[in-house]
Ligand binder design. Structure first.
Ligand code: F0G
Length: 466
């Protein structure tokens, strides 16, 4: 039996974890990894492991104790209790001294019912876990608070990442809070301005390289081998410890049940494995009684996992990635093995969606009054395809994992509503639903009559449509 020690916000936290290689099983001591964080023996990625009960064997007392403790922490005014990541620190034994934790009060994000889409698609139990509601506007904050706190505790001065934008924004913010320096490598001209502006504003040293994301990853691997810089890409196992906590929040919001299905966008493919790890741990602690099905959706132009699964292969073939959902424009995802394990474990699917399907789904999430960035919208587009193929039962509870805020990529949104985003050949059979969701802004004389005439015409059009 594994006891759950009480960890107050001001007492030492037992750092009980070890790192094990997911490829060859080698165990590494904390703080002993090479700069690129890959196993020296087989080159695969590490995962954090800590003492926990084997599946379903924790006693009911432990489960009750943890649920109660996590709920009570929400009422505390201590920063680490207010964080939706560190509130669950009993299952995050990765730092020894809570004073080293760098938090911006991330997590505790909303789970919304997607009423409009549910009605339209005839699928009532459709929800969105909105990670865009984090401090820097993306799910990366939950991972960054975890990994950057470890870097801080280990005494690093510099942290670095290659990024399609969101990781760099989150890393720069948390590094600034910690008084650390941050190095950002991004593919020139291939990330959204909102994200680049964040990295600049939070004081990162930012380099735009004449390559793609995969090229930035290659260059950074050499930089961190040659200099004492802590790598904060999602190959960093501590990132995934933070990114597993939305699984805890989803279960908590569902009265310690899990949804039947969780749908996640796929880029570098770390996030789906982090969430899978979270659900596996809940099960092991007896906090829940089953696993959800986890599925990944990729853009058609950046679909290496989709291809692998279609062909029933066991090795990923990198692709040259091209999609307007720039956050997931990744052709050689580092965490594909971890992702594949979770999809196979939970009987999940990997689906691909077109540029028009992504843009339409993004507009439909916007009309919920929620919005998200393009990469997040692949979840709704993918859900529709899985539903149409009969792969999701009509009464299944489904959670879409929305990874980024709509303001991250406002250029994309404005181009869509102006009708300038998609070429006619891309729109294909989607021209009617796209036209119905477009809301361009109209220049008008500063005159009340003109405005009233215009909204009157709007009302008439809506009546004719319904
Ligand atoms: N959605 C958004 C908004 C992202 O920024 C990313 C990844 C993903 C989905 C995919 O998550 O890589 O774990 O499969 N963005 C990284 C970055 C690569 O640099 O910001 P994944």
């Amino acid at each position: 039996m594994v006891e759950v020690p009480e960890i107050a916000s001001n007492t030492a936290m037992p750092a009980l974890h070890e790192l094990h290689c997911t490829g060859c099983g080698t165990v590494a001591a904390c703080g002993s990894l090479s700069g690129d964080l890959r196993c020296i023996g087989c080159g695969d990625l590490y995962a954090v492991r800590y003492p926990q009960p084997s599946a379903g064997t924790a006693n009911g007392d432990n489960a009750w104790l943890l649920r109660d403790r996590w709920k009570k922490r929400r009422l505390s005014s201590a920063a680490i209790d207010q964080s939706g990541v560190w509130r669950f620190r009993d299952l995050l034994p990765i730092v020894s001294d809570p004073a080293n934790i760098i938090t911006l009060r991330e997590g505790n994000t909303p789970l919304y019912h997607l009423k409009r889409n549910a009605r339209q698609l005839g699928h009532d139990q459709l929800f969105a876990k909105h990670q865009g509601m984090n401090p820097t506007g993306s799910f990366k904050d939950t991972g960054m608070t975890a990994a950057l706190s470890v870097a801080h505790e280990e005494g690093f001065r510099w942290v670095a990442c290659a990024s399609t934008g969101n990781t760099s924004a989150a890393m720069a913010a948390y590094a600034a809070r910690a008084g650390m320096r941050s190095l950002v490598l991004i593919p020139e001209g291939k990330i959204a301005w909102g994200k680049l502006s964040q990295a600049m504003d939070y004081g990162a040293r930012t380099f735009q390289l004449r390559t793609d994301f995969d090229g930035c990853v290659r260059v950074l691997a050499e930089v961190v081998r040659r200099a004492p810089i802590f790598l904060l890409n999602s190959v960093n196992p501590y990132r995934l410890e933070g990114q597993k906590t939305p699984a805890f929040e989803i279960a908590e919001a569902m009265q310690w049940d899990v949804p039947d299905h969780l749908i996640v966008p796929g880029g570098n493919l770390a996030n789906v494995s982090a969430l899978g790890k979270g659900f596996e741990e809940l099960l092991a602690w007896g906090l829940t009684t089953r696993m959800p099905q986890l599925s990944v959706i990729q853009a058609e132009g950046a679909n290496p996992l989709y291809r692998l699964m279609q062909r029933g292969e066991d090795r990923l073939q990198p692709v040259t990635a091209k999609t307007r959902a720039s956050a997931i424009q990744i052709g050689n995802p580092a965490s594909w093995r971890k992702a594949l394990r979770i999809l196979r474990l939970t009987d999940g699917f990997c689906e691909q969606v077109s540029e028009a399907e992504i843009a339409l789904a993004k507009a439909e999430i916007g009309l919920e009054g929620i919005g998200c960035e393009p990469a997040s919208a692949v979840t709704l587009a993918g859900f529709k395809k899985l539903q149409a193929a009969g792969k999701i039962a009509p009464d299944a509870s489904v959670v879409l994992f929305l990874t980024g805020h709509t303001l991250k990529d406002s250029e994309y949104t404005i181009e869509y509503h102006r009708g300038e985003l998609l070429a006619p050949a891309e729109i294909g059979s989607y021209s009617r639903p796209i036209a119905a969701t477009r809301r361009d802004s109209v220049p008008l004389d500063a005159n009340a009559d003109a405005i009233l005439r215009a909204i009157d015409a709007d009302d008439t059009q809506t009546e004719q449509r319904t």
